[in-house]
Design a protein around this ligand. Structure first.
Ligand code: GLU
Length: 283
């Protein structure tokens, strides 16, 4: 059975782009008699606003979607720590005390996930008690798995290139956010039985890392469907600060959510908004 999901982070209200994403995942499941899941990705404790989960449900219902909700990330910390523990025992994680600014200043190259970590802490002696993040040793991890591939329904078969992102963080330094998005989302998709990971092209680069984590942790391998993004005329993601109203604002203003969903399904977009495959970088 096909299982898809919509996994919004409750850091801000949903926008038209989220509506398109949720409808895409919903319809792919429905077309094949499958299940569509809602998972609230509240891993970022400092930025999460718990009240937004109720707003998200109201938005999805307004669009005319039906879903099954699975537990939010905040209730799954133990599974993230257990998986990281296994990777550590395999010798694939190392502690890193560098700040974001230090990494940005020291990085020699840029990858799909931002500055590539120059492995400053790989062999550094770190004083006990120093707050650390845990990074994956990408070279060692890939030596362990060998070449990996994944299937995207739109882009076709891909060779996983997690090496391009470098030694990404899996456990954060920040106590409010125990795990990184990569570790949490990969484990959650497996735990929730997701068979078709449906999300925007902005997360295409992340999939290379997720495929590696699945292999290392012995998780089932889903298929992916990375859908195009709703962009403004400058090729940027829609945002409230650039005048794109949230779904909640549209709903409260009395707009018909089912009609909006029907328009999005038919590819009818508001003036000035286009579907694109990739993001232009932010100014
Ligand atoms: N929580 C992520 C976001 O809101 C989506 C993650 C995913 O679909 O894998 O951007």
């Amino acid at each position: 059975m096909i299982v898809t999901r919509f996994a919004p982070s409750p850091n801000g209200s949903l926008h038209l782009g989220h509506a398109f994403s949720a409808i895409t995942a919903h319809d792919l499941a429905q077309r094949h008699g499958g299940r569509f899941l809602l998972r609230v990705e509240d891993i970022d404790g400092a930025r999460s606003r718990p009240e937004l989960a109720a707003e998200f449900r109201a938005d999805l219902a307004w669009l005319g979607l039906q879903w099954d909700e699975v537990p939010p990330q905040s209730s799954r910390t133990a599974s993230y720590l257990a998986a990281a523990g296994r990777l550590r025992e395999m010798g694939l994680l190392y502690p890193c005390r560098c700040s974001r600014a230090e990494v940005a200043a020291a990085a020699q190259s840029h990858g799909p996930e931002g500055p590539v970590y120059p492995r400053t802490c790989r062999h550094a002696a770190i004083e006990p008690g120093t707050p650390v993040a845990w990074r994956i040793d990408m070279e060692a991890a890939l030596a362990h798995t060998g070449p990996l591939f994944w299937e995207d329904e739109r882009a076709g078969r891909q060779q996983a290139r997690p090496d391009l992102a470098g030694d990404v963080i899996l456990l954060r330094k920040d106590a409010d956010t125990p795990a990184s998005y990569h570790l949490a989302a990969t484990l959650d998709d497996a735990a929730d039985g997701v068979t078709l990971v449906t999300r925007g092209m902005d997360l295409f680069g992340a999939t290379h890392i997720h495929r590696l984590l699945q292999e290392l942790l012995g998780l089932p391998v889903p298929r992916w469907h990375h859908h195009p993004l709703l962009l403004d005329a400058e090729g940027r993601k829609l945002a409230k600060r650039r005048g794109s109203p949230s779904l909640a604002e549209r709903r409260r203003a009395g707009e018909d959510g089912r009609a909006l969903a029907a328009a999005l399904r038919a590819g009818i977009l508001p003036a000035g908004i286009v579907l694109g495959e990739g993001l232009h970088s932010e100014p």
